[in-house]
Write a protein that binds this ligand. Structure first.
Ligand SMILES: Nc1ncnc2c1ncn2[C@@H]1O[C@H](COP(=O)(O)OP(=O)(O)OP(=O)(O)O)[C@@H](O)[C@H]1O
Ligand SMILES: [Mg+2]
Length: 552
């Protein structure tokens, strides 16, 4: 709207003539154009007006007494503002060709001769007034265009900066994710290596411990060899504890997850924690009122909390504060922690200790990585917590700053509602376990002759008759031939047929024959739905006795 109003706004038309009568007649002729007509009776007056205002068209008499029209036109043209202003000469006398040329050189754009024809004058002034208006419009539009271009350019530059910032951010995120994946893969392959090794060691220790136990039963209390046997047993037990941590890291320990009240578990172990931390470290535990139960092996969780607390203690030689807290979190898909989407409880263990530098932090969860000097740390603490969390469907996160402290987060899945009832039933059944064992006929299935031999020894010490099968297939054959077997104890991980598969096959023909799964290994823990009683390797005599007692 505004633009149209501006386009039609009258422009200044300057009429210059020394005769007032002529000025008046031009005014009358041009009045119907609706422009703003300004009269000047001398060159001075004309120049004075020009200096103050913009003019679209100048009408000049060629012959004026004080200044000739050509001279005035020349002066006007010299002014930078009027170099393009339309000048129309009115001439009463006949002009020669050279007069015309002089006029054009002075800056004239047109001529009108006297007597002036009103239509002609109007037509010429209208054309130049219109041209002036169009030129101004174009200039205005141009300024507007330039403004918009500048605005757009600024917007684009801003968008570009934002884009660059995001690309940088994304690249950094990606690099970090890749680094994390790399770390995970490294830990995974380390886990596979150590897992296999630990499994073999577990079998060796099983044989050593079993044999030592049987030797110790054969000799008298006062026998001088007893001290040696006890020493060997203690060493083998330490080896077994180490193997357990390795298996934990490799996510191959046997987990018995159940709904666990984290607050109660930590409160129950607070005495132990206070003793471990010593008098210079303050223990602060805080939990929300209605914290959900988590699905985890309570013993392993306890061990993890203890591991983290010991690490914190070691990082606070001058004392400090250890804060343990927990809260429920909902995790969406594609999260950075590689957690499955769902509900979790995040347990946070925070210390005000020395913290870790970047290099230490990066390697902290690696097995055997320790900064604690020879014989002091095994470097398996954090790795076993890491493995336990992973195997439980959770994760750990470690953040640390030198001089500020360390925070370890342990993410564990929230237990399903339905699970709580089942566990209550199992607990009730477990209390009726009977340790009294009558002599039985036992079929032992194990592909490792050393383990088999040791277990046979132990079972015989307990007064049972034992037959050994080296594979599932062999065991099935033996069961067909011998109906007297009261109980089958089978290894889980065997080539050909697993212990679980064997148990299923046995149930087809002899549904009432009890089967015990022995394993040092949790390859089955996650997917084991067999409900079979389990025996963790390495097992001692009393454990063996109580499992058998409960079965027959
Ligand atoms: N809370 C902590 N503050 C500072 N550094 C820590 C903390 N926890 C772990 N670390 C660092 O990570 C390393 C590895 O920890 P990890 O628990 O795996 O093994 P360790 O404590 O050295 O040995 P172990 O647990 O077998 O006694 C530690 O040696 C230490 O350098
Ligand atoms: Mg440790």
């Amino acid at each position: 709207m505004n633009d149209t109003a501006e386009i039609r706004a009258p422009v200044n038309v300057l009429l210059v003539d020394d005769q007032p009568g002529k000025l008046l007649s031009y005014e009358v002729m041009l009045s119907e154009l609706g422009e703003n007509l300004v009269k000047a009776s001398s060159a001075q007056e004309a120049l004075a007006f020009l200096l103050k205002s913009d003019v679209a068209v100048i009408l000049v008499d060629v012959c004026m007494p004080d200044l000739d029209g050509f001279e005035l036109a020349k002066m006007i043209r010299e002014h930078p503002r009027f170099q393009k202003t339309a000048i129309i000469f009115i001439s009463a006398i006949h002009l020669s060709e050279s007069d015309y040329l002089r006029g054009y050189e002075a800056g004239a754009v047109d001529y009108i001769s006297v007597p002036v024809v009103p239509e002609l004058l109007r037509a010429k002034v209208r054309v130049f007034a219109e041209l002036y208006r169009k030129t101004r419009d174009l200039e205005r539009l141009n300024v507007e265009l330039e403004r918009r271009v500048a605005e757009r350019t600024a917007e684009l530059a801003e968008a570009n900066t934002e884009l660059e910032r995001r690309v940088e951010e994304r690249t950094a995120e990606r690099e970090q994710a890749l680094a994390q994946v790399h770390e995970m893969q490294k830990l995974d392959s380390l886990g596979q290596l150590t897992g296999g090794l630990a499994h073999d060691f577990n079998n060796l220790l099983m044989a050593i411990l079993g044999n030592l136990e049987m030797m110790s039963r054969r000799i008298g209390e006062e026998d001088p060899s007893r001290r040696l046997i006890d020493g060997a047993s203690r060493a083998a037990e330490r080896g077994a504890a180490l193997t357990k941590r390795l298996l934990a890291f490799a996510r191959r320990q046997e987990l018995r997850p159940e709904p666990v009240d984290v607050q109660r578990l930590i409160e129950d172990m607070s005495d132990l924690l206070r003793r471990t931390l010593g008098p210079t470290i303050e223990l602060v535990a805080s939990f929300p009122d209605d914290l959900a139960l988590v699905h985890v092996d309570p013993n392993q969780l306890e061990l993890a909390i203890l591991n983290l607390s010991i690490n914190a203690r070691d990082a606070m030689p001058q004392g400090g504060k250890l804060a343990i807290s927990a809260r429920r979190e909902t995790i969406g898909p594609n999260n950075q922690r590689e957690l499955a989407a769902g509900e979790f409880v995040r347990i946070t263990v925070n210390d005000s200790g020395l913290g870790m530098d970047e290099a230490t932090l990066k390697r902290a969860a690696e097995p055997f990585f320790t900064t604690k000097g020879l014989g002091k740390g095994t470097g398996l603490g954090l790795s076993s917590v890491y493995g336990m969390a992973k195997q439980s469907g959770g994760a750990i996160g470690i953040a640390s700053r030198v001089g500020v402290g360390t925070t370890v987060e342990l993410w564990l899945p929230v237990a399903a509602e339905a699970e709580r009832r089942i566990v209550a039933g199992v607990a009730a059944a477990a209390t009726s376990e009977c340790a009294k064992t009558r002599a039985c006929s036992i079929l032992l299935v194990d592909d490792d002759p050393m383990v088999a031999e040791t277990t046979v020894g132990m079972l015989e010490v307990l007064g049972h008759r034992v037959k050994v099968a080296s594979s599932g297939g062999r065991a099935l054959e033996m069961l067909v031939a011998d109906a007297s077997v009261d109980l089958v104890i089978t290894d889980y991980a065997m080539p050909g047929m697993t212990g679980k598969e064997l148990a299923r096959r046995i149930r087809e023909t002899r549904p009432n024959l009890p089967v015990v799964l022995a394993s040092g290994y949790a390859e089955l823990a996650a997917q084991d739905d067999s409900g079979l009683p389990r025996l963790d390797k390495p097992y001692a005599l009393d454990k063996l006795a109580s499992v058998i007692g409960a079965m027959v």
